[in-house]
Design a protein around this ligand. Sequence first.
Ligand SMILES: Nc1ncnc2c1ncn2[C@@H]1O[C@H](COP(=O)(O)OP(=O)(O)OP(=O)(O)O)[C@@H](O)[C@H]1O
Length: 234
Amino acid sequence: MNKAAIDVAPLVLDGVERTFRSGDETLKVLRGVDLELRAGEIVALVAPSGTGKSTLLHLAGLLEAPDRGRVVVGGEEAGRLGDGERTAIRRRQIGFVYQFHHLLPEFTARENVMLPQMIAGVRRADARVRADALLGSFGLAHRLEHLPGRLSGGEKQRVAIARALANRPGILLADEPTGNLDVHTSDAVFDELLRMVRGEGVAALIATHNAALAARMDRVVTLCDGRLVEMSPD
Ligand SMILES: Nc1ncnc2c1ncn2[C@@H]1O[C@H](COP(=O)(O)OP(=O)(O)OP(=O)(O)O)[C@@H](O)[C@H]1O
């Protein structure tokens, strides 16, 4: 992959391999994944269950290290960094959204969005302004003080997306972000996710089983025999 691309793209995976071993069995899940996620682009990852989508997102999010190959975030090659630097990059540059919201139940919606900012060193007052603005953009201005237990499924997932965007990451990684919602709510939350991601200029890699949702993203990739393959629009 050419050096200029690696320097400017928010996320580059270059020849990434990942094998799992349990007992005598080895399972080579990723066999040389190449991906360049360009600034502001939204890429759908659509592949059958068990082909390695979550594994790929974990590697891209610096939660795990590949056995081989390079993961480059914002021009920094993760494998060359110490644990502290890697954690700092993850906090500053990467937002995560999962199928389940994983909000902290004892904190309000606003506090859930403030927390990652404060961990990253943002002043409390500034974190609050950002949280209120983001939650307001998701139509949740009247839910700021609610605990997650008092929010609907769609509202909880909106808060989780707001939290992922709170630190203005360069990259959003999402694993079936609306997979736990009914069809109608899923469509509405997905609309808002795309609107917000485009508005904030974040590059996003979004795993989904939903072909209709995938078709609304800038491009679609799939995993085939452990490699990433571009799917042509039809
Ligand atoms: N920590 C692990 N140890 C052993 N095997 C693992 C581990 N993590 C994942 N696997 C295996 O690797 C393969 C890919 O798993 P992964 O969760 O990445 O798939 P996926 O495409 O995200 O699936 P789904 O769509 O069902 O969530 C699966 O066969 C899984 O059992």
